[in-house]
Design a protein around this ligand. Structure first.
Ligand code: SF4
Length: 271
């Protein structure tokens, strides 16, 4: 989508897939859906088809075209592990990330079972790479916490949790094998409230487990007003990033074109 992002914990977004469907209570006020649906029917707009899921093969090579190392949130406007995204296409996305290794990737899903299965199978090579961070969203105990077990089973080198929107006290969370935790309250119209003690409980558990903690926001109807201070300070911790060499221009551009060509025959599910 863009090389710049306003999301606090990343600096670029890349959307080789667009659109998604709701799966759990954390999706209730999905910002991506609200944004995309605004443009349904607008001729020539990337979201002309609203939030209907579709592949965007012409965006597949984008990270290879970005020379400057970025922290990239993969599919900020979708969910890579959605059942309608063909496995072959997910594999192509993983290959691009493995080759464009001068970036750091943050792949976040609510489809944790599929992520776990694929990372133990055809995506094993990508699970072992330190510059690709694999994460699951955790909004509550019933739907969110079980995703952590699927993520752990995947045994990725870098695993993280996005605990947002935090909808209730999660109690004791098993942070074994987790490299990073983001916490945030919901924002926008109809935002469900977050309580300070729920946030502090997670922060304390991260401290005890020596896991970097990032507090994104309190949220609410006007998030700029509530800010992101917790007990008098901000928490902007990250795990250490791996720094890799940028491929020569000719090589990376050739690879981008070849990858896009190779996936152009995979049928987009709804386009
Ligand atoms: S999984 Fe994510 S992108 Fe998909 S509907 Fe839910 S919040 Fe939106």
């Amino acid at each position: 989508m863009a090389q710049k992002s306003t999301i606090e914990w990343t600096n670029a977004t890349w959307n080789p897939v667009r659109g998604c469907t709701k799966i759990s209570p954390g999706c209730k006020h999905c910002y991506a859906m609200t944004f995309a649906e605004r443009f349904r029917g607008v001729k020539g707009h990337p979201y002309e088809q609203g939030f209907d899921l579709r592949l965007v093969p012409e965006k597949l090579g984008e990270p290879l075209r970005w020379r400057k190392p970025q922290m990239i949130f993969v599919n900020s406007m979708s969910d890579l592990f959605h059942p309608e995204v063909p496995g072959e296409y997910i594999l192509a996305v993983a290959k691009v990330m493995s080759v464009a290794r001068w970036h750091t990737y943050q792949v976040l899903t609510k489809r944790a079972e599929r992520l776990g299965r694929l990372l133990q199978g055809p995506l094993k090579f990508a699970a072992n790479l330190r510059h690709i961070w694999w994460g699951v969203s955790v909004e509550n105990r019933k739907h969110g916490v079980p995703r952590i077990e699927h993520l752990r089973e995947a045994s990725a080198r870098m695993s993280f949790l996005s605990i947002e929107p935090l909808l209730e006290d999660l109690g004791a969370v098993n942070l074994q094998g987790i490299s990073w935790v983001i916490v945030g309250g919901e924002s926008g119209a109809g935002a469900r409230p977050v309580r300070k003690d729920w946030v502090i409980s997670i922060k304390e558990q991260c401290r005890r487990a020596d896991v970097p903690f990032f507090f994104k926001q309190w949220g609410g109807v006007r998030k700029a007003k509530t800010g992101r201070m917790l007990e008098g300070r901000t928490y902007d911790e990250y795990p250490a990033r791996e720094h890799n060499e940028v491929l020569p221009d000719e090589e990376r551009l050739m690879y981008a074109a070849a990858m896009e060509e190779s996936v152009s025959r995979i049928n987009s599910v709804s386009a």
